[in-house]
Ligand binder design. Structure first.
Ligand code: ATP
Ligand code: MG
Length: 431
């Protein structure tokens, strides 16, 4: 036998047992986006490498060490997208979607980063993202946050996540703060780890984000960007806070929240949970007013966020918040007991599906002994088997066998079946 080829490390198959939960999650999102007036955009998963270098920033973790970059057959440098915002801006510019108009967009799909795979961190992972263009006030920041909050509510997650908020100010204010910060770090040079020393010249704000416990005390006393905001950003941030207060959305101001991508300005936020260990950020975003111009357009203010589907699905499972509808269980298993009943079972199935579009029914195929047929019915996970044999055929009846409850089986006329199944679909048990 030849050696089996395996999937690439950190890139997962989504198996049939998990897909109902993903579909449930995706359905909730799609529905939510429509309710807020956001339109879906789909972009290719491969882009020119320059797009990500120019937008995410040369000295970020993503661009420095996480991108899947390769040369195609023409010798062009291409990259599997590590995130969705850059592609979204590229597409919006390319198709003139940002000309004197606002856009509220969302996307979903796989992203690729060469990270160390672990629980909640993969090399191919999936994000759902939202981007709103052409609006500079804090009202749209508040709306995107409220939209995410509603999703947590719909999923039953709201009490398990915390909103962390910060403002990065204007590029000018940030540049001034950067100098202050570098002086502070230089005065504490002995405490800095290797990574931070390297970042001191390239990207000192990212040092604030360090999880190194040896640096924690020094970082806690570092000058805060929040205290160095320009007046306009400060006001913008205060208005956002007031809107969130009015909407009764609690938040924690985290002055060390800086985010890993260069393009952010003013508002940044993350939704975090303590239930997933160290991979606790389930959704993150902020404002990126400079990015459209940086990618060759006229200046257009923008705000957005992205959430990681794997982490949210994991969270639903960890907290036992997977509803029955997200388990994908069958309602009925149609079970002809012999060759002669097959056609009747097949047609009965079609009739049921026509009248009860919600019903999930699977037909037993492949014959087998009585015992093995029953075993398959049980293994199908259905609540109910509908048995059809010689007697049922003769009387035009069907036998209901309860597969998940201790209950006597029951024989009904076929024409009464619809009425008997209706309560099942409404989540009730049978009369
Ligand atoms: P982290 O700090 O966890 O590395 P990040 O700041 O790199 O996250 P973003 O680029 O803001 O993350 O992406 C938004 C969301 O996408 C994250 O909050 C997370 O839920 C998810 N995400 C990011 N990287 C991964 C990954 N490698 N595997 C799974 N999910 C991820
Ligand atoms: Mg990361």
């Amino acid at each position: 036998m030849s050696k089996k080829i395996q999937a690439i490390r950190g890139m997962n198959d989504l198996l049939p047992a998990q897909s109902p939960l993903w579909q449930y999650f995706e359905d909730q999102v799609r529905d939510l986006m429509a309710r807020y007036g956001y339109d879906e955009i789909r972009t290719p998963i491969v882009e020119q490498t320059a797009l990500f270098k120019r937008s995410i920033g040369e000295v970020t973790d993503i661009v420095e060490k996480e991108m899947y970059t390769f040369e195609d057959r023409n010798g062009d440098s291409l990259t599997l997208r590590p995130e969705g915002t850059a592609s979204c801006v590229r597409a919006a510019l390319e198709h003139g979607l940002l000309h004197n108009q606002t856009q509220r967009l969302w996307y979903q799909g796989p992203m690729f980063r060469h990270e160390r795979p672990q629980k909640g961190r993969y090399r191919q992972f999936h994000q759902i993202g939202v981007e709103a263009f052409g609006l500079e006030g804090p009202d749209i920041d508040a709306e995107t946050i409220l939209l995410s909050a509603r999703l947590w509510q719909q999923l039953g997650l709201f009490e398990y996540v915390t909103l962390e908020l910060n403002s990065l100010g204007s590029p000018e204010a940030r540049a001034a703060y950067r100098d202050t910060l570098v002086s502070y770090f230089e005065a504490h040079h002995d405490v800095l780890d290797e990574d931070s020393r390297r970042r001191l010249t390239s990207n000192p704000l990212r040092i604030l984000d360090s999880k190194n416990p040896d640096m924690a005390a020094m970082l806690a006393d570092a000058p805060r960007l929040m205290d160095h905001l320009d007046a306009e950003s400060k006001e913008h941030f205060e208005r956002l806070c007031a809107l969130l207060d009015a909407a009764d959305i609690a938040y924690e101001i985290n002055p060390r929240l800086v985010r890993g991508l260069d393009y952010y300005s003013r508002t940044v936020f993350e939704w975090t949970t303590t239930a997933l260990g160290s991979q606790g950020t389930v959704c993150a975003g902020g404002r990126y007013d400079g990015l459209v111009e940086q990618l060759g357009g006229k200046p257009v203010p923008a705000v957005g966020f992205a959430m990681g589907i794997e982490r949210l699905v994991l969270l639903l499972e960890t907290l036992d918040l997977v509803p029955d509808e997200a388990r994908g269980a069958l309602d009925v298993y149609l079970l002809p007991m012999d060759e002669a009943s097959t056609a009747t079972a097949l047609l009965l199935g079609e009739r049921l599906r026509e009248t009860l579009p919600e019903l999930r029914a699977q037909l037993h195929c492949g014959g087998g002994s009585f015992k093995s047929r029953l075993k398959k019915a049980d293994k199908s996970g259905a609540r109910l088997a509908l048995l059809l044999g010689e007697d049922e055929l003769a009387e035009g009846s069907v036998t209901l066998k309860y597969l998940r409850e201790e209950r006597e089986q029951q024989r009904l006329r076929q024409e009464d079946l619809i009425a008997a199944l209706t309560p099942l679909l409404e989540g009730e048990s049978f009369a």
